[in-house]
Design a protein around this ligand. Structure first.
Ligand code: UDP
Length: 380
């Protein structure tokens, strides 16, 4: 019999399953609704022979040695530094907006004056969130902040979230600060790499353990039921632990209404050209309805004469129709999440982990770290 049941074979569920199996030697059942493992970092080789991320680009970057070391047990790496350009006023400039972007877009004398002011005030290398830069109190800096706000953030954020930047939790736009350096990389973390054979292969290796039984194409509703403070598995009371990584509102039948998510309409295109763009991702803050185009060949080069592109069109998440990608935090949605947490607390052996179950904008490295921590705190 199983002592642990895990709902979801994304990164959170797979790390938990791997730890329980390899460290405790206990039997784990993993149920996954989709036909594949890996959750939203699932990748596969397409008709062009190019490894593509089916749920949108996933770029692993971390400062955590623990995370990188742990994942290295399941994958070899290809070193890769992510670069993003923003299509602004007909030019493609580095994002996050930095001192090079400034020089490319504004007249030289103005750019030099602004650079001196910014560096004098915040220091060379500083990373300043756009919402903070707008409050600087200095007219020159506020001029620049307003420019970057309009050219980079306002319409991208409207497309991505249906909201203005100032209506969002500052944590969201703070992910892409204005950077006072000439480093054109999107991330500056110590470890930046793509799994050599992709994320799916990495997750498959995590789950490849005699103590782990994986059931694909299986909804948790088919095997689990929560009622009267008890968890039931296939009709009988279950005395082990359930680790749930899916949507918490769905788990409790949307009793308090839905927790909102943004989703993506992902349009893949095969182009008859060797390369389409200079870097893996080009953001389109103002033009077009999509937010960005990713060309996957930059992540995993092949000798294919064609290339595969992905355009992302953000949209509202509708259960059963598209995937829940990004939690939309507001005071109201956080309060609603808290109410669901109250319900979850009635089940002592129910553990919630991951972007959906915790309603957090976790990056991949955050999820791995979180799962390792939950394993130590709640399972060991
Ligand atoms: N953002 C923006 N313009 C950009 C890039 C990002 O306004 O060109 C804002 C937007 O609100 C976005 C957030 O910063 O949702 C975080 O961007 P990130 O690239 O981290 O998003 P992800 O890759 O997770 O979709």
């Amino acid at each position: 019999m199983f002592k642990y049941i895990i709902v979801g074979a994304g990164l959170a569920g797979s790390v938990m399953a791997e730890r329980i199996a390899s460290q405790l030697g206990e039997r784990v059942l993993v149920v996954e609704r989709r036909r594949h493992v890996g959750g939203n970092c699932y990748d596969e080789v397409d008709d062009n022979g190019i490894l593509v991320h089916r749920y949108g680009p996933h770029i692993l970057h971390t400062d955590s040695e623990e995370v990188f070391h742990y994942l290295s047990g399941f994958s070899e790496w290809r070193e890769y530094q992510h670069r993003v350009l923003g299509f602004i006023d007909g030019a493609k400039v580095p994002l996050p907006f930095n001192l090079n972007s400034l020089r490319m877009l504004l007249p030289q004398s103005l750019a030099e004056r602004l650079e001196e002011k910014l560096v004098g005030r915040y220091g060379f290398g500083a990373r300043v969130p756009i919402l903070e830069l707008r409050e600087s109190g200095d007219p020159d800096i506020e001029f620049l902040a307003d420019y970057v706000y309009r050219k980079v953030f306002l319409n991208y954020t409207r497309k991505q979230w249906g909201l203005k930047p100032e209506e969002m939790d500052p944590e969201v736009t703070g992910r892409v600060p204005v950077v006072l350096s000439r480093d054109d990389r999107y991330f500056t973390d110590r470890y930046q790499a793509v799994p050599r054979d992709g994320y799916t292969a990495m997750v498959e290796r995590m789950l490849d353990h005699p103590c782990i039984k994986l059931m694909l194409n299986t909804s948790h509703h088919e095997v689990l039921e929560l009622r009267d403070g008890q968890i039931h598995f296939m009709g009988s009371e279950f005395r082990g632990k359930v680790i749930f990584t899916g949507k918490i509102d769905e788990l409790f039948g949307y009793r308090y209404g839905e927790l909102p998510y943004r989703s993506l309409d992902l349009q893949f295109e095969s182009a008859d050209t060797e390369w389409f763009q200079e870097v893996a991702t080009v953001n389109y803050p103002n033009d077009y309805d999509f937010t960005r185009i990713t060309e996957f060949k930059h992540l995993h080069p092949t000798d294919s004469r064609r290339t595969t592109l992905l355009r992302e069109y953000p949209c509202t998440h509708i259960d059963g129709e598209n995937e829940a990608c990004y939690p939309v935090f507001t005071d109201e949605t956080r309060a609603k999440y808290e109410r669901y947490l109250e319900l979850a607390r009635e089940f002592e052996d129910l553990i919630l982990v991951g972007r959906l179950a915790e309603y957090r904008y976790y990056d991949m490295d955050d999820i791995v770290l979180r799962a390792l921590q939950v394993f130590e705190e709640r399972i060991l």
